[in-house]
Write a protein that binds this ligand. Structure first.
Ligand code: AMP
Length: 288
């Protein structure tokens, strides 16, 4: 049975997140990565590209290479809230956007493991409290830097005009049954509508989301590595073939239309080749 002491009180996550962000900044527990924003348009999508300012590249590399598990134990200054008996919400220590939440399992589970009903329940709590983009980078190839299972949630305010850039294409999604595809995406993927009733956290909402996730996985052949993106309106799952395009690490945010590069040379590569080409390079070619 769920331990009630670990259940989040409805309506408290966003104010708690603001309060804990201020606390973490005051205690220098957060090392925000400063970036410059750019926009590159391709296939009607205004890709948001952030260029990391030179001095921050090193701290990001150190975080990715660190051998210890940063989530067990986690830094108490980064704690935000108990979401459930199985998951906590933490602040991302090296955040690029404000109020970036990590939804972390209390006990160790590997990052490439399948999502569980408890993961789905925690994701739905996060998404019903904060209108944003939740995502899961399943394993290193999908861009994960940490081995301990974590989902992530960033508020819509992290995107220009509070819109996920790729949504421009998702409007033309073709649904046949529970799962469909998006004509403008030139790689294997599976798309589904989100059922808004799942956000009311009824007792079977997590099981329903888990079942939709399984349908998405099955639709693309149960890949070992993939990115899952979930908003209040839609879900997108993209199998991965590799992490990098020309030295640029791509995770789930890439498929939302937001990319992070280390310098202007990488920005120029993206401009020249096109962000959609970068996404195609790290995924699987569409079935013919
Ligand atoms: P990913 O790279 O997708 O696996 O997400 C893991 C996130 O954890 C990264 O965005 C890191 O910035 C963040 N991170 C790394 N070390 C810590 C830490 N000690 N506490 C909190 N977050 C961390």
């Amino acid at each position: 049975m769920t331990d009630p002491t670990h259940r989040l009180k409805a309506g408290t996550l966003w104010p708690t997140l603001l309060e804990r962000s201020a606390h973490a900044c005051e205690h220098q527990a957060i090392l925000s990565i400063p970036t410059e924003p750019e926009v590159i348009e391709q296939n009607g999508v205004l890709f948001q590209v952030r260029i990391i300012k030179a001095l921050a590249v090193k701290s990001l590399a150190n975080s990715a290479n660190s051998k210890h598990n940063p989530f067990l134990p986690y830094d108490p200054d980064l704690f935000v809230a108990d979401l459930s008996s199985t998951h906590v919400a933490l602040l991302n220590k090296f955040n690029v956007v404000d109020h970036h939440l990590l939804i972390v399992t209390r006990s160790f589970e590997p990052q490439d493991a399948l999502l569980t009903r408890d993961d789905c329940a925690a994701l739905l709590i996060g998404l019903s409290e904060i209108d944003g983009l939740a995502f899961y980078n399943a394993g290193r190839t999908a861009g994960a830097s940490q081995r301990h299972k974590h989902l992530q949630l960033i508020p819509l305010s992290a995107f220009p005009d509070s819109h996920v850039p790729i949504e421009q294409l998702l409007r033309s999604a073709r649904i046949n049954g529970p799962v469909g595809t998006v004509p403008g995406l030139p790689f294997v993927h599976a798309y589904a509508h989100m059922d808004p009733t799942w956000l009311d956290q009824s007792s079977n909402a997590a099981a329903s989301l888990l079942s939709r996730y399984h349908q998405l996985l099955q639709a693309v052949g149960l890949p070992p590595s993939y990115n899952l993106l979930v908003t209040r309106q839609w879900l997108l799952l993209v199998p991965r073939s590799q992490e990098f395009f020309e030295g640029i690490s791509i995770n789930a945010l890439g498929f939302a239309g937001a990319l992070l590069v280390k310098d202007h040379a990488q920005l120029e590569t993206l401009r020249k080749k096109g962000p959609m080409v970068a996404l195609r390079h790290v995924t699987l070619p569409p079935y013919s």
